[in-house]
Design a protein around this ligand. Structure first.
Ligand code: PRT
Ligand code: ZN
Length: 290
């Protein structure tokens, strides 16, 4: 079959935090990308897609201009670059947020505290939009890298930067005072894809979604006394109300299989044990088509 018209070029980060998450998503979606050392453009041999490896900062523009059809990039970069692209899917990985932080002992009282202050950031556009929403005039200093060190060396009164665990702020004697926007990796698309390419995008998103849904869920198996089946089913959350029940060699016992979100599992595991569930096994699901 000739798939030339359907071939999608997708820009992803060449190395860094997003690279790992994106590469494993392709793998979990059954799309083979065999990248030899430092290759910049690699075509999959089992799906009509070729991967273009770039710095994440360049991905929004590359997609907006049509050099790539799709891109995987942090929402933070999409919001900062203000390029004309569609955001198609949130991948729920590489999560972080953009926050304003000030020295630990500052008497921060709200956005007005920032009036006339110097704020260091690599995200001036998002910050300026935030400041104008709050009618605050501040001096925005654009710095690439090591933003968190600026208050310590007297280069600024506050910073606006990516926060994940928060430990970088603590190490630099800063405290977060405003969470401005949450971010995760997203798929962005060029706004004028051909109908053929749109078909491939549909198939790609379907596969990605199945892999994302599977990551959130666990396959749970447990043995239980038959007379406790009802009690155990009552404990299971609504979404898992039709579990598989399999007889065991001991006819007083059965095996109950169901699918749960990991958090739900931890919420109910002690109740399951109280009702006599034993040998509880929790397994990863590779793909899940809903
Ligand atoms: O070379 P290239 O330009 O492609 O990479 P990069 O260095 O710009 O990006 P990279 O790989 O560091 O991050 C890529 C994307 O990952 C970001 O744009 C975010 O969308 C996302 N992400 C998720 C993060 C973090 N978590 C993160 N913790 N990006 C950066 N950080 C840094 C942050 O800058 C700060 O210095 O980690 C520090 C804070 O971390 P905590 O855990 O101490 O709070
Ligand atoms: Zn970057």
């Amino acid at each position: 079959m000739d798939t030339t018209g359907q071939l999608l070029r997708i820009a992803i980060q060449s190395k860094g935090r997003l690279y790992e998450d994106t590469t494993s998503l392709f793998k979990e979606s059954g799309i083979k990308i065999n990248r030899s050392e430092r290759a910049l453009l690699v075509r999959s041999n089992n799906f009509p897609v070729e991967v273009l490896y770039l710095r994440d900062d360049d991905i929004p523009e590359t997609v907006a201009s049509g050099v790539a059809d799709l891109g995987v990039v942090g929402l933070n970069e999409v919001l900062e670059r203000e390029e004309d692209v569609d955001t198609l899917l949130h991948l729920g990985v590489s999560k972080c947020h953009l926050a304003i932080a000030v020295p630990k002992h500052a008497d921060y009282s709200g956005p007005q505290w920032l009036e006339n202050k110097r704020i260091a950031t690599s995200y001036p556009n998002i910050l300026n939009r935030y400041l104008s929403r709050h009618n605050v005039k501040a001096q925005v200093h654009v710095i690439t890298g090591s933003v968190e060190i600026t208050p310590l060396i007297g280069l600024g009164d506050a910073i606006f930067d990516i926060v994940s665990s928060g430990s970088t702020l603590v190490t630099n004697n800063l405290k977060e005072v405003e969470n401005v926007v949450d971010s995760d990796a997203v798929i962005i698309a060029n706004r004028s894809l051909s109908p053929e390419k749109k078909e491939t995008v549909k198939e790609l998103l379907f596969r990605f979604q199945a892999a994302i849904d599977a990551q959130k869920k666990k396959y749970v198996m447990m043995n239980a006394p038959k007379d406790k089946i009802k009690a155990i089913l009552d404990i299971l959350p609504e979404c898992a109300k039709s579990p598989t029940i399999i007889p065991l060699a001991d006819d007083q016992w059965c095996s109950i299989h169901t699918v749960l979100e990991e958090k739900q599992f931890w919420d109910i595991v002690s109740d399951l044990k109280k009702e006599g569930a034993q040998g509880i096994l929790v397994m990863n699901i590779e793909k899940m088509v809903l």
